[in-house]
Ligand binder design. Sequence first.
Ligand SMILES: *Cc1c(COP(=O)(O)O)cnc(C)c1O
Length: 380
Amino acid sequence: MKFATKLIHNSSSKDPHTGAVSVPIYQVSTFHQENIEAMGEYDYSRSGNPTRKSLEGTIAELEGGSAGFAFASGMAAITSVLLTFSKGDHILVGKDIYGGTYRACTSILKDHGVEVTFVDAQDLQDIEKNIQNNTKGLYLETPSNPLLKVTDLKGAIALAKKHNLIVMVDNTFLSPYLQRPLELGVDIVMHSATKFIGGHSDVVGGLVVVKDSSLANKIYKLQNTIGAILGPQDSWLLLRGLKTLKVRMDYQQKSAMKLAEWLLNHESVAEVFYLGLQHHEGRDIHFSQASGPGAVLSFKMKSVELTKAFLKAIRLPAVAVSLGGIETIVSYPVLMSHASIPKEEREKLGITEELIRVSLGLEDVEDLIADFNQAMEVRI
Ligand SMILES: *Cc1c(COP(=O)(O)O)cnc(C)c1O
């Protein structure tokens, strides 16, 4: 079955108890047991809930995994995955990762005695040379935020297999529609479902998918023990959002391409970062492991003054953190997603004060370009 069909018809898309084509919101905490000696499938909603289960089954099927887990946020999902490592383990983490993940690695993991080395994930040699005897995992995000740097997943997986490392990929930016890391040999995929999967800027959630049953058992134990589960109402919102994932992303990526090309030709713009553009570094690798450029781009203006004037003058998009919603979101990484990274570190990553990130929504791109145009004309 093709991806678009799977979004609508999959083994979890109907309610097994009633046949309802939209799985109901099972707003319930506990389940009556007819026979105490043979408990039913559900006993308590932290351990399992039918609405959450439908979402977990759906994401597992879409990512090509065997088990899915829904958490209260992307960070709950990611932190739970990171907690599968134990004291004395060492893991390698790509430098260009989400700020919250950086915080989890440098605080919680450190406090638990898990050693972390940040590596340049664009460079397989840098990954390899940092592998130690106690290295157990490799954590990646490709394309990265906000400069869309690309990691060669097949190369990284080959390296990891040689050294018995668990490979984890945060697939938030592309969703399973455009990239399915498990199919390439990755062990664990994570999502901030707050972004493209939910798709409407109205729910915070996280998802984990694995193929291997012993990993599934570990994640389930953490989900059920820590209890950072996604509630039934929010699970339903993600199920609803997922049904339109493909049509949203198709439209949003088309708009991203148009906006990227327009930005490229604007006199106030110094540089445009978008995987749809021919010159983008790592583009060939990206298209060998993903089927589209995605709907997030970033660009640098020619001066900080122009950047600030643009951010004040832009009208249609939300100027906000987050991405993947139906409204275009413009964000300013140095004061938003990357504010906690020291200036020197940030600049080394290429995240400067002229950088703006855009996540395309479902507006008509002509209106967006007109708005970008007026905001670029503003001079201070
Ligand atoms: C937003 C985001 C997260 C964190 O997810 P929350 O749902 O906000 O907890 C993790 N990774 C990436 C790439 C993100 O964009």
